[in-house]
Design a protein around this ligand. Structure first.
Ligand SMILES: [Fe+2]
Ligand SMILES: [Fe+2]
Length: 247
């Protein structure tokens, strides 16, 4: 069940009323830029408290064996964009694998790290999806900067607004694009960008459960739970589960 706004308000109140009994030190990536990471962190007086080494009580607790949907509901930010993209893909009659790729293509932006989000998203899901799905997610990162008229995909207007008319992708992006363009799975990845809603409708509500069957058929949910199956990306899921863990 998704948290209602009442649940959320209660959780926030609970968190505020409860003084954290653990010291939280933010990872460098949280603050680099706002502060120069080369500067030593001023050490806060610990007053005998221990450091955070597990569940952060300011967040809803995850089940012991968390599923993909648990992460969507308890850790990821708003998912309207990927849900609407996946629904559009379904409407456009693409294969279920591509619908799944659309559903997962931006999960890193929603729950982990923005920069290079296509690569991070792909890495998160790689052990659990068909190779073609993770390949497509990885390469949507660069394909969205390049038009392909044959698919009716043009450079997003929103990017002109967001990055300026003179923004030009860096040389390594151009190189990655050339590689992807000539790859046998180019079309799969291109279809993510075609169904990527650059301006999604705030009034359309799509429930995650609409994709229960697609996920059930094409996402190999580990029985130990995401984060606890020793896969190459298990540690990334654990970091999302316990984002303030000291070590
Ligand atoms: Fe994306
Ligand atoms: Fe997207």
């Amino acid at each position: 069940m998704a948290m209602t706004s009442l649940d959320r308000a209660e959780a926030a109140e609970h968190a505020m009323s409860q003084e954290l009994d653990r010291i939280v030190v933010k990872s460098v990536i949280y603050t680099s830029g706002e502060r120069d990471p080369r500067e030593p962190l001023p050490r806060q007086p610990d007053q005998g408290k221990h450091y955070m080494m597990g569940h952060d009580p300011r967040l809803p607790r995850m089940p012991d064996k968390p599923t993909l949907f648990d992460f969507f509901k308890l850790r990821f930010g708003p998912s309207a964009h990927v849900l609407q993209s996946a629904r559009l893909a379904t409407k456009n009659g693409v294969s279920e694998k591509i619908v799944l790729a659309c559903l997962l293509h931006d999960i890193s932006v929603m729950g982990f790290i923005r920069g290079d989000h296509g690569y991070w998203s792909a890495q998160l899901v790689e052990p659990y999806v068909d190779e073609e799905v993770s390949w497509a997610i990885r390469h949507h990162q660069v394909l969205r900067f390049f038009a392909d008229e044959s698919f009716g995909y043009k450079y997003p207007d929103s990017y002109i607004r967001l990055f300026g008319a003179d923004y030009k992708p860096e040389p390594y992006v151009q190189e990655a694009y050339k590689y992807a363009r000539d790859h046998k799975w180019y079309e799969t990845s291109r279809l993510i960008t075609v169904n990527d809603l650059y301006a999604f409708d705030p009034n359309v509500r799509v429930e995650l459960e609409e994709f229960t069957d697609v996920v059930g058929r094409h996402f190999k949910q580990p029985k130990e739970g995401l984060g606890f199956d020793h896969s190459p990306s298990a540690h990334m899921w654990r970091t999302i589960n316990w984002p303030t863990k000291y070590l």
